[in-house]
Structure formats: structure tokens, C-alpha cells
Design a protein around this ligand. Structure first.
Ligand code: ATP
Ligand code: MG
Length: 595
């Protein structure tokens, strides 16, 4: 085993130059584009004169189905067993029109709540988009959820329709149906595609689709009509239901251009499941708005499969998450080196802090840096990002996109909120309200929603700092930040330093109450495969952290763990590490990954 420390490159910057570009990036001059940007221009460009009727699905699908891209592949579906199925924009229009008309035939109308619980199959995409066309409010649910989280979410939303498969229905919903008095229609997609073997009291998806017309549905929707209801990841507590409206589409469009740099010939792959907001905003809406081919992989994470998919499908733009990147890093560079990615030109990541080590790893192993970006279920779209033409400072989330004003705020001694003008000061990350995809409520929690705002500022609950060049650095979630002997310590900084060590695959850092200093820092460390825990390694890690962070910030304790608790979307649940450490109740564990 090698315990050599990799060279420390924390201050290094990845410089971008025109030589590196295969296509000219949309966002060339960050400052000038921000200065001339207005949401009204985006509205004019996307909606034209039809601004009275705004519908995410019609804009995403029908605009291209009616134009020269009608035969272009909109969705390329990879089944778990290796099958490939292409759906063109024209086909997707007629499928989604049919589904909207099928809902209409059941009396399902504007504002009705439609839940979709399915693996990433064609029916999932068709029913989400079709229900949006019908003016319904759509919630895609992660299909690995157990019965309880499914029932709770459907009850909170007052679901009227559920689209699912026979197997999922039997296993997860049938037994709870009496707890769901608003649930009138269950539409079942036959597991074998034939629609046979359908549970009692349900409709057959295939039969409904066959009977429905593929004429454009009559339903209309307004810019401020509710469109999507997404539950947060539950990293810090019980998931909240964030309400989004149809005009969020303006953010999806602008960020697809500036943050993901989508160009018409792209083969784009977003690895997130539509059960999380990333998998809808950027796994369904943004790529279709830009008329690209969007890859949908029904299979689960597997390093070989993912590398093979990137290579064989000739992916050009890839949007993924730190948890997946950590797993690829864990699989070792040899796995990556068995494949070639000559078409890949842009990689982005979201969801958790992206450790600088991951950016350097990607630069070395994949030949391209990963571009971290920041947003939340509540913001509906990417707000702060590293973009193709701008230099990357590994460990930073990048800079606010055009149309986004991000600030650092702090409370003064009197408790009043102050905007921090000077750089390099930690504070809460806030956004000036007014971007189109801002959430419009937490379903059933008005007071909590109101508390997120102060005047025209939205307070994100995340702590960050902005440097003199305007780059934002994630410090931690307000709930996770550790207060020790007068210092505010962000777990991310400590975890990143531990991950610099060659033996460490992942780290989770918490504060433990301490009568003298307030809290002490404890780290849970997961070692790379093949590396055994030992007292010598523990001391070495403590020494490394102390050297890099100083005694005040370095962990006092390090424990080796066999695994760290994650949400199903892959985020480290520090609140569970803490509850377990302190013997406290675990709270809501509905999103905890259980295998
Ligand atoms: P809950 O609100 O239920 O606790 P959650 O905040 O994890 O869950 P999401 O809305 O899915 O739910 O995640 C948004 C949060 O994820 C952000 O507030 C931030 O804490 C974290 N996050 C997202 N992207 C980044 C990033 N690039 N760097 C650091 N943190 C990020
Ligand atoms: Mg949150």
C-alpha cells in the first residue's frame, strides 16, 4: 500500500484557452453576458408572442417536433440489458399528446396532482411530459423508495393519479391505498409491455394510450401555474415539497445554454433519476429545450457500464454528481483507461461539494476537468457554475450565471441581515429573488417558506464565501457547520483534506458537543478498497490533517467506517453520523440509501 501524499495543488487554477474548445462555448465573456442579460430576452426568445400560454412540455417537445429537428432523436433509452431505443421529437410529441388526452379521458385536468413511480423507462418520460401538457402538477418519485415515503409524499400532495408498474404497485402501493383517499386513478405500465397481469382497480397504460388521440390536447397553462412538485433530498431533515411553476422553463433554457453549454448536435447524459430535481430539470426539460439527444440509462451505477456508455454512445456533455465520481475514483484509473472518450467535451457535477481531488482526478484520468455547479431543489435550476470558457479553481462552485445575483449575508450584533461586500468572509449564501424557477412554496408549510426570505433575498441555508475574483466556495450547510473554540469549521474543508490522502475514499465530518470548546471535530473515514485500517494509518491521517488544516480545525478523532450513510441521491447524511455518534433519534430516514 502506498501512503504517499499526492502533491498539494490547492491554489492551482485550471486555465482555459480557445485551443481546448471543440465548439465555441455559449458563455464566452462572463461579465459582459451578465451585464447585458435579461430574463425578458429569454422570455422573448423562447416564448415569442405566445407568452400568455406557457407550458414546459410543449416548449420542450413540440417546438422541435414542428420544425427541422422533428426526426432528430430526442431520447435514447438504454435498457438495463443493453437494448437501445430511440424516440424522435416527432414521436415524443405524439406519445405525450396521447398521454395528455388519455388523462383528459379520465377527467384529469389542470392542477390535478400526478405522481409517476417508475424506473427510467419510456413511459416515465412520456407520462411526466404528457401530464405537464395536460396542465397537471407532476411529481416523479424515485422507484427505490419504500411504501412509507411513497404514501407520505402522495398524501401531502393529494395525488389524484399514479403512473407506475404492476410490480411496483403490488409491492409498494396496493397495501396503502386506503391511506390515499384522493388517489382515484392508478395507471399501470405492463411490466412486459403487454399490459397483461394488471392489478384490480387500475387502468392499463397501453390500452389508454391506444384509445387516445394524438391530436394536440386542448389544455392550456399559464406562466405561474404550478407544474412540478419536487421533494428535497432529506439530507438535513424531513424532505420538503418544493412547488415549481411553468415559467421555470426560462431558467432551464438559459442554464442549458450557459451552464451545460448545450449545442444542437450534442449527445447529452444526465445521470440523475427524475425522482430528484436534477433528473427532471436537466434529465428531461433542459436537453429537450435545446433539441439535443438525451441519453436515458435505465441501469444503475456500475463503473464499467458508465465508461462503456460514455464511449459507445459518444456522449459529448455529461452531467453527474460527486457520489458517482467518488465511486469512479474508487474503481481506479485502470477501469477508465480501458475506454476512450474522444467525443466528450464537457463534464459538470452537482449535489454535494466536489472535492478538489475529484477535479484533478478527472483532469488526469478522463482528460477533462469536472465543472462543479450549485443549486437546490428550491432554486429549480443551476444558479452558480463553472462554465466551459472560464478558469476553474478546483474546490470552488464557480460564479453566478447570467440572471442570477448571489450574495453573502451575515447577521450583525443586533440580528439584522447585512450583505457582506468584502471578499473571503464566510456567511450565508443568498440569492436576489426574481429568477423564473424560484420555488413558490413548500407544500403545506407556509411559515417555513416565508422564513426562507428576507426582503428581496432568498436565504439558501448554505454557508459559503466569495473570493476577490467572484468565485463562490462552499463552506457547509448551516446545520452541519461546526463551532469549535470560536472557529466556524465547514465539514467540506476537513473532508477534502482527508480525501487528499491516497488511502481515503470518502470522509464525513461532524461536530461533537464539548464542554470546553463547544464542539470538537470528528471524522469518519472510508478507506479505498484493499486498504486495511490500522492505528498507524489513523495517526498518519490525523497528522496529515493537522499539517494541512492546523490544530484548531483538524479532527481530534478519526474513526474508520465500513460505509457512510447516504441519501438515495448519494449525499453524505452527516446528521445520521451525528445522531448515531451521540445516541440520539435518527429522525426522518425516508431517503436513506439502504443497500
Ligand atoms: P434537505 O433540504 O431535505 O436537507 P438537500 O438540501 O440535500 O436536502 P437538495 O435540494 O437536493 O436537497 O440539495 C441542495 C443542497 O445540496 C444545497 O443546499 C447544498 O447544501 C448541496 N449542494 C448542491 N450542490 C452543491 C455544490 N456544488 N457544492 C456544495 N453543495 C452543494
Ligand atoms: Mg436543502
Amino acid at each position: 500500500m502506498s501512503t504517499d501524499h499526492p502533491p498539494v495543488r490547492r491554489d492551482a487554477v485550471i486555465r482555459k484557452s480557445a485551443r481546448d474548445w471543440r465548439v465555441t462555448p455559449h458563455l464566452l465573456d462572463w461579465a459582459a453576458t451578465r451585464a447585458s442579460f435579461s430574463w425578458q430576452q429569454v422570455r422573448d426568445e423562447l416564448l415569442g408572442r405566445d407568452a400568455g400560454d406557457v407550458n414546459i412540455a410543449r416548449l420542450a417537445v413540440d417546438r422541435h417536433a414542428a420544425g427541422p429537428r422533428a426526426r432528430h432523436t430526442a431520447l435514447r433509452l438504454l435498457s438495463a440489458d443493453g437494448g437501445v431505443r430511440d424516440v424522435s421529437y416527432a414521436d415524443l410529441r405524439s406519445l405525450t399528446d396521447r398521454f395528455a388526452n388519455a388523462l383528459s379521458s379520465l377527467g384529469v385536468t389542470r392542477g390535478d396532482r400526478v405522481f409517476v413511480l417508475s424506473a427510467r423507462t419510456e413511459a416515465l418520460y412520456v407520462s411526466v411530459l404528457g401530464a405537464l401538457k395536460q396542465g397537471c402538477v407532476v411529481t416523479p418519485l424515485f422507484s427505490a423508495f419504500g411504501p412509507e415515503p411513497i404514501a407520505t409524499r402522495m398524501a401531502i400532495a393529494g395525488a389524484r393519479v399514479l403512473v407506475t408498474t404492476a410490480a411496483l404497485y403490488r409491492r409498494k402501493v396496493a397495501g396503502l391505498r386506503d391511506r390515499l383517499p384522493t388517489l382515484e386513478h392508478v395507471i399501470v405500465v405492463g411490466d412486459d409491455g403487454s399490459g397483461g397481469d394488471r392489478p384490480a382497480g387500475t387502468h392499463d397504460y397501453a390500452a389508454l394510450m391506444a384509445a387516445a388521440s394524438d391530436a394536440p390536447p386542448a389544455a392550456r397553462s399559464g406562466a405561474d401555474d404550478m407544474a412540478l412538485l419536487h421533494f428535497t433530498s432529506g439530507t438535513t431533515g424531513t424532505p420538503k415539497g418544493a412547488v415549481h411553476v411553468h415559467q421555470a422553463v426560462l431558467t432551464h433554457f438559459a442554464t442549458g445554454r450557459y451552464a451545460l453549454d448545450l449545442h444542437p448536435d450534442d449527445i447529452y447524459w444526465c445521470t440523475a433519476d427524475p425522482g430528484w430535481v436534477t433528473g427532471t430539470s436537466y434529465g428531461i426539460v433542459a436537453p429537450l429545450l435545446h433539441g439535443v439527444t438525451s441519453l436515458v440509462d435505465e441501469g444503475e451505477f456500475d463503473a464499467e457500464r458508465w465508461y462503456r456508455t460514455l464511449q459507445d454512445q459518444r456522449v459529448t456533455v455529461w452531467y453527474t454528481a460527486p457520489t458517482a465520481i467518488r465511486m469512479l475514483m474508487k474503481a481506479g484509473p485502470e477501469a477508465a483507461h480501458r475506454y476512450r472518450f474522444p467525443d466528450l467535451r464537457f463534464i459538470a457535477s452537482v449535489g454535494e461539494p466536489l472535492n478538489p481531488e475529484a477535479v484533478w482526478w478527472s483532469q488526469e484520468v478522463l482528460g477533462l476537468a469536472i465543472h462543479d455547479n450549485w443549486w437546490q431543489t428550491e432554486t429549480g435550476g443551476i444558479m452558480i457554475a463553472n462554465t466551459p470558457a472560464q478558469d476553474i479553481k478546483p474546490g470552488s462552485m464557480g460564479r453566478p450565471l447570467p440572471g442570477v445575483e448571489a450574495l453573502i449575508v451575515r447577521r450583525d450584533e443586533a440580528g439584522a441581515l447585512q450583505v457582506v461586500e468584502q471578499p473571503d468572509v464566510d456567511g450565508e449564501l443568498a440569492l436576489r429573488t426574481g429568477w423564473p424557477s424560484m420555488f413558490r412554496g413548500y407544500l403545506g408549510q407556509d411559515e417555513r417558506y416565508r422564513k426562507c426570505f428576507a426582503g428581496d433575498l432568498y436565504l439558501s441555508g448554505d454557508l459559503a464565501r466569495r473570493d476577490a475574483d467572484g468565485y463562490f466556495w462552499f463552506v457547509g450547510r448551516a446545520d452541519d457547520v461546526i463551532k469549535s473554540a470560536g472557529h466556524l469549521i465547514g465539514p467540506f474543508e476537513v473532508e477534502s483534506v482527508l480525501m487528499e490522502h491516497a488511502a481515503v475514499a470518502e470522509a464525513g465530518v461532524i461536530g461533537k458537543p464539548d464542554p470546553v470548546v463547544g464542539e470538537t471535530v470528528k471524522a469518519f473515514v472510508l478507506l479505498k478498497s484493499g486498504i486495511a485500517p490500522s492505528e498507524a494509518l489513523r495517526l498518519e491521517l490525523l497528522g496529515h490533517a493537522r499539517k494541512r488544516l492546523g490544530a484548531a480545525v483538524a479532527p481530534k478523532e478519526i474513526a474508520f467506517a465500513d460505509s457512510l450513510p447516504h441519501t438515495r441521491s448519494g449525499k453524505v447524511m452527516r446528521r445520521l453520523l451525528k445522531a448515531r455518534e451521540l445516541g440520539l433519534p435518527e429522525g426522518d430516514t425516508s431517503t436513506l440509501e439502504t443497500h
